[in-house]
Design a protein around this ligand. Sequence first.
Ligand SMILES: CC(C)(COP(=O)([O-])OP(=O)([O-])OC[C@H]1O[C@@H](n2cnc3c(N)ncnc32)[C@H](O)[C@@H]1OP(=O)([O-])[O-])[C@@H](O)C(=O)NCCC(=O)NCCSC(=O)C[C@@](C)(O)CC(=O)[O-]
Length: 485
Amino acid sequence: MSSLEEPLGLGDLPKLSINRLERFSPSACRAGADDQNTSNYKHRNGGNNQTFFHSSAHSWHVQGHYADSSCNGLDMEFRALPRKVLLDLPRFVNIVEVGPRDGLQNEKSTVPTSVKIELIHKLVASGLSVVEATSFVSPKWVPQLADAKDVLEGIRHVPDVRFPVLTPNLRGFEAAVAAGAKEVAVFASASESFSKSNINCTIKESLARYRDVITSAKKHGIRIRGYVSCVVGCPVEGAIHPSKVAYVAKELYDMGCSEISLGDTIGVGTPGIDFVALCFQHVISWYQYLSLPFKTNFEASDDVSLFLRALQSQSINMLAHCMCEKGKHLLIADHIICSFNCWIFFFNATVLATYVIGTFTLLAILFVSGKVLAMLEAVLSFVPVDKLAVHFHDTYGQALANILVSLQMGINIVDSSVSGLGGCPYAKGATGNVATEDVVYMLHGLGIETNVDLNKLMDVGDYISNRLGRPSGSKTTTALHKLTT
Ligand SMILES: CC(C)(COP(=O)([O-])OP(=O)([O-])OC[C@H]1O[C@@H](n2cnc3c(N)ncnc32)[C@H](O)[C@@H]1OP(=O)([O-])[O-])[C@@H](O)C(=O)NCCC(=O)NCCSC(=O)C[C@@](C)(O)CC(=O)[O-]
């Protein structure tokens, strides 16, 4: 691994994970345990993979952990692995469950108030301590949440749980306070177009409205969460520049929001790559390439294969990090170049020029396209990391990867929705939030605590999915149900 990759720890993730997981896979460890006649692994596993998966452990990492004591000599290395590969992750992540609000707001048929209340009670019973309950918005705009007051009434006596509610203006705020809300959330956007379609005003106007709400909330001693929507992309405007997100986040934070949640409303974000680090990687490979003929003890096969490997690993990194349509032809060009005979490649100035120009074009595309890391870096210049939350929709299946890089950046508040329910009615094409079950599975797998009981949470997912008449949107639930039925 090049030292230039280390700050982000992204370059080596796939390689290391695959090698180590093979080495520490349950079967490998089980075989080791059997060889030594130790019953540790089997004992904890109960000799039953299904029980093991479903009730005792939630991921490969946890399985490896169970196998610690039976895999001689490897345990130390394995225990150090997550830190080594995944850098400093938080020990605890606070999950903000948004299912009852974000999850249900887009449902076409009316969900009975009693079901919403039951859903919230069940979510709390699974260990979630922050559940976004509803919205005090115009019922003309979001008819599904017209029963906001009744929902709050139904959860009024639940102790020690935060129930933020969305308020788009002073009117909504006053209604929420009258209904007993102790925490509210205001929601601005980094995209002008989305602001207009979602709350019918410009970003500037929305910030002025929220200033009034926040001033009033402070007087009442009410905690305020601030959302910024479209933090990487907008359904109308496309990629959103990180500086726009940073501006809105800063405004909300300076006004007095205690927490800023960054919403990838349409789920287009990818973790992104560090532009500078990638440039350095390329400069180094060009240097290696150009220095080949000047070496005195030139070992053709070794150096050529080293050079090809360097190029290939860059291509794989690029493929993994930028599968955007625009970049595809450049990636393909990269691969063709890699597979060329190195000597022909070396003397072919045209090919070299293509590679150089192609690389720069690709980097330019990457630089301007919306990426989560760049956006987080911009926001972190203005808002402290412990005041930030991330809110990913999973339209392109990128949410967990985005959450992981957010954790690596030091964020430890994650929004998610049970069963992957959700989507904003004013963000066309956007699917649900990342499923809370999948987030919990990943976090527990990384050894991060959440205080959430995954089994109970999956039952809640089943409850609401049954009521809505469709299967759960959680991959974890789907997989574990297949194992147990
Ligand atoms: C902001 C408005 C109200 C402006 O809507 P408007 O039409 O511009 O405002 P208006 O002042 O002309 O009001 C229209 C009607 O709504 C009433 N009204 C006005 N305010 C309220 C209120 N608070 N509660 C109840 N009623 C209200 C008002 O009294 C009037 O009633 P009428 O006189 O016609 O009978 C409207 O656009 C609205 O309610 N928008 C909410 C849209 C929404 O909830 N979107 C989804 C949430 S955002 C989201 O999901 C993204 C997020 C947070 O999850 C993060 C992410 O994923 O990115």
